[in-house]
Design a protein around this ligand. Structure first.
Ligand code: PGA
Ligand code: MN
Length: 471
């Protein structure tokens, strides 16, 4: 089962078996997220091995996405655990010491230096709201505004623009080193505040330049998404923390705005969190969730993501299959309701060729597929950004490049040998389409490529009749 919109599934205890990972692939998953906020290094090693094993079994590349925790402040140990908060109650956030009903330490000892009276502090994904009354001797004195329950280790959300924590924490550095050792394909960066945060992570990568997915989950990031899109390879609309940091009612429109910005920049956008939340405990989604997945597709997202549904839920396979079914129906029947994309600028030869390929495909010629040969994946990204009405088959020699393409809307990658010349390149695409049963003799396809092969960027378009090979 597949949809043109890609599916990212988070791995966790509920899905860390060969059978389940392979099942998720059959249900449409092509990217697997390892959330480094949870699990042990041994868990992560095992998950990567499971994905690579599934690749072998299903016979196509899959991507492993490592999600780095970022500068997220968490509560220390509480006793009693949980603590029940009532409006009016005083609570202190301290640099260290034990935690109880009167106060608790956090994972960020410098917190008091960043906060001022009147600031809002949210605990446990917004379940408890505190207001800062005073900051004294390293302690933040607050009063509870909205009561609720908070447990040890749960999140402490403070105004992101003033948080003094570095964008890349020591824990992220350690995570990045492990991600490299595991040869993963994509890195997600949490709590990005601006383009400089992405640059900082990028500078730590050196020559192993993996694609960075900037998670948009703070107000400063929403406000400067255009700047972030210049530095990052993709964005994730991380609605979980976004809904804590910003008023909930703003999320639907922010989602549309962010997807549109990503589309205009030609970068993939992933819509994430609570898409099929009730399926953590039920085999069928609510009508509201079904509508949410369809709306993400109609907004123009490249991918939708499942979190708890596949990581800790009772129905991981059903959740993935449901997301795929909803997405493919919305794709095939939702045309008239699709968001009108913002105008894209085609400022390079490659972008102009991709644009032309899509417009030839949309003509009355009857083009059944667009193909490209690319060693870096660049042409595949440009073609995906045009959202053509037929499949994009990208012939790519390096398997790691093929894996990273798993996030791209509408793109399927195929293996290739490096051709000797342009005729060889056209022939390998022609033969590849037939060998893999993707086109028949006399079908019309559009080919985008670079000529001379390996020594130019995308600069060529061919309207090609399958079987009329050049050799
Ligand atoms: P998380 O990110 O699952 O790592 O918190 C996604 C979100 O905040 O929506
Ligand atoms: Mn988050």
């Amino acid at each position: 089962m597949t949809a043109r919109t890609k599916l990212v599934c988070t791995l966790g205890p509920a899905s860390s078996t060969p059978k389940m990972v392979q099942g998720l692939v059959r249900a449409g998953a092509s990217v697997f997220r390892l959330n480094f906020s949870h699990g042990t290094p041994e868990d992560h090693d095992r998950m990567v091995a499971l994905v690579r094993q599934a690749e072998e079994v299903v016979g196509r590349p899959l991507a492993v996405l490592v999600d780095l925790p970022g500068p997220k402040v968490r509560l220390g140990q509480l006793d009693p655990d949980p603590v029940v908060f009532r409006p009016g109650q005083r609570f202190e956030l301290r640099p260290d010491g034990p935690g109880d009903e009167t106060g608790a330490p956090t994972t960020y000892p410098g917190l008091a230096g960043d906060l001022r009276p009147g600031d809002r502090v949210l605990l446990a994904d917004g379940a408890v709201e505190l207001s800062v009354e005073a900051v004294e001797e390293g302690a933040v004195r607050t009063r509870c505004v909205a009561g609720g329950v908070a447990r040890s280790g749960q999140g402490v959300n403070v105004p992101a623009e003033r948080l003094g924590l570095p964008a890349v924490t020591p824990r992220d550095r350690d995570g990045l080193a492990r991600a490299f050792a595991l040869e993963v394909d994509l890195i997600a960066q949490s709590f990005v505040r601006g383009p400089e945060d992405v640059r900082e992570l990028r500078s730590l990568m050196g020559s192993r330049n993996l694609p960075i997915i900037a998670k948009i989950e703070t107000r400063p990031a929403v406000e400067d998404v255009a700047g972030i899109l210049e530095e990052a390879d993709a964005i994730m609309i991380a609605r979980g923390d976004l809904g804590v940091e910003l008023p909930n009612e703003e999320i639907p429109l922010i989602q549309k705005e962010l997807v549109r910005a990503a589309r205009a920049a030609g970068r993939p956008a992933i819509v994430a969190t609570q898409m099929l939340e009730s399926m953590i405990h039920a085999p069928r989604p609510t009508r509201a969730e079904t509508t949410d997945v369809a709306n993400a597709v109609l907004d123009g997202a490249d991918a939708v993501m499942l979190s708890g549904e596949t990581a800790v839920g009772d129905y991981p396979f059903e959740a993935a299959a449901t997301a795929t079914t909803i997405a493919s129906y919305a794709e095939s029947r939702g045309g008239p309701f699709r968001a009108i994309p913002a105008a894209r600028h085609h400022t390079t030869a490659g972008a102009a060729v991709a644009h032309a390929a899509a417009s030839i495909q949309a003509s009355e010629l009857g083009v059944v597929a667009i193909t490209c040969y690319t060693e870096t994946g660049r042409t595949a990204k440009l073609l995906s950004a045009e959202r053509p009405g037929v499949p994009v088959y990208a012939f790519i020699p390096p398997v790691d490049v093929r894996r990273a393409m798993c996030l791209l809307w509408g793109v399927e990658t195929l293996p290739a040998e490096v051709p000797a010349d342009t005729d060889g390149m056209i022939a390998l695409m022609d033969e590849g389409l037939q060998i893999h049963g993707l086109a028949r003799t006399d079908d019309l396809v559009v080919m985008a490529a670079a000529s001379p092969t390996g020594r130019a960027t995308t600069n060529m378009l061919k309207i090609h009749r399958v079987g009329s090979s050049v050799r």
